[in-house]
Design a protein around this ligand. Structure first.
Ligand SMILES: C[S@@+](CC[C@H](N)C(=O)[O-])C[C@H]1O[C@@H](n2cnc3c(N)ncnc32)[C@H](O)[C@@H]1O
Length: 234
């Protein structure tokens, strides 16, 4: 019987190809198979980040795990999408799954992990997350001493966002996209708008930092974040 391949979930950082760990680089160049999430007709962001490091003779396996599906439907679609990765592993080939940012911080790799990690040896390599990269790109110290930091996905209901923002010292609001206006209104209501900073596509060549009230809601991409740092302490 063949020895199965190893599965690697490798964080490739937030966008700048230099923000990759040495371990990620070594593993992704050594693997015969590279897999990445790629929505239909759209380039994979994770692949784009590492494009200049790929050897040119690796097998590439794009997969698509669409969001916002009924749970039962998602399960069978995800099973089907992950199957080609399992086939390579069963045939003895190591597979590196590229993950934007960090694999376990809201990463789609988790759906691969939950399906395959009990069947194949698996290693997860942490990456620099957008949670770390955005405050640094904005130049705002994020948390001090015993401050509480809360990560809030923007699709949550307004009441939940409001309650959580009132209960924290610092926050990162992710997955903005079409939820931007709702979030901005809440920040104004809570008196947090002047403290909040908006950034999109942090660390990439397309990075933009825009004052909150000048952001055009219709143009807010998925890869954007609002950072609310704690009050500066001297
Ligand atoms: C599904 S989560 C994945 C997070 C990723 N695993 C990480 O560690 O950064 C996607 C959200 O992360 C944030 N994000 C990821 N990369 C970003 C970037 N380069 N600039 C701004 N926000 C980013 C956005 O809020 C986006 O909606």
């Amino acid at each position: 019987m063949k020895t199965p391949g190893r599965l690697y979930g490798v964080g490739v950082g937030p966008g700048d190809p230099e923000l990759l760990t040495l371990k990620a680089l070594r593993l992704l160049q050594a693997a015969p198979v590279i897999a990445y999430q790629s929505a239909t007709n759209r380039d994979s962001i994770a692949r784009k980040i590492v494009a200049s490091y790929l050897t040119g003779n690796q097998i590439e396996v794009p997969f698509h795990l669409p969001r916002a599906l009924e749970p039962e439907k998602a399960e069978s679609i995800y099973d089907k999408e992950v199957a080609p990765i399992a086939e390579h592993l069963a045939d003895g080939r190591d597979v590196v799954v590229l993950c934007e940012g960090d694999p376990f911080f809201y990463g789609s790799f988790m759906y691969v992990f939950t399906r395959l990690s009990d069947k194949y040896e698996t290693e997860v390599v942490p990456g620099i997350s957008s949670l770390m990269a955005c405050p640094v790109a904005l130049g705002v110290p994020f948390t001090y001493y015993n401050d509480i930091l809360t990560v809030l996905p923007a699709p949550l209901p307004a009441e939940v966002l409001t309650t959580q923002l009132l209960a924290t010292n610092a926050a990162a609001i992710i997955k903005l996209g079409r939820h931007f206006t709702k979030v901005r209104d809440i920040l104004h209501q809570l008196g947090l708008a002047s403290q909040a900073r908006y950034i999109e596509r942090a660390t990439t060549t397309q990075q933009r930092i825009i004052p909150l009230d000048e952001v055009e809601p219709a143009e807010v991409p998925y890869f954007s974040m609002i950072v609310i740092p704690t009050k500066i302490r001297l």
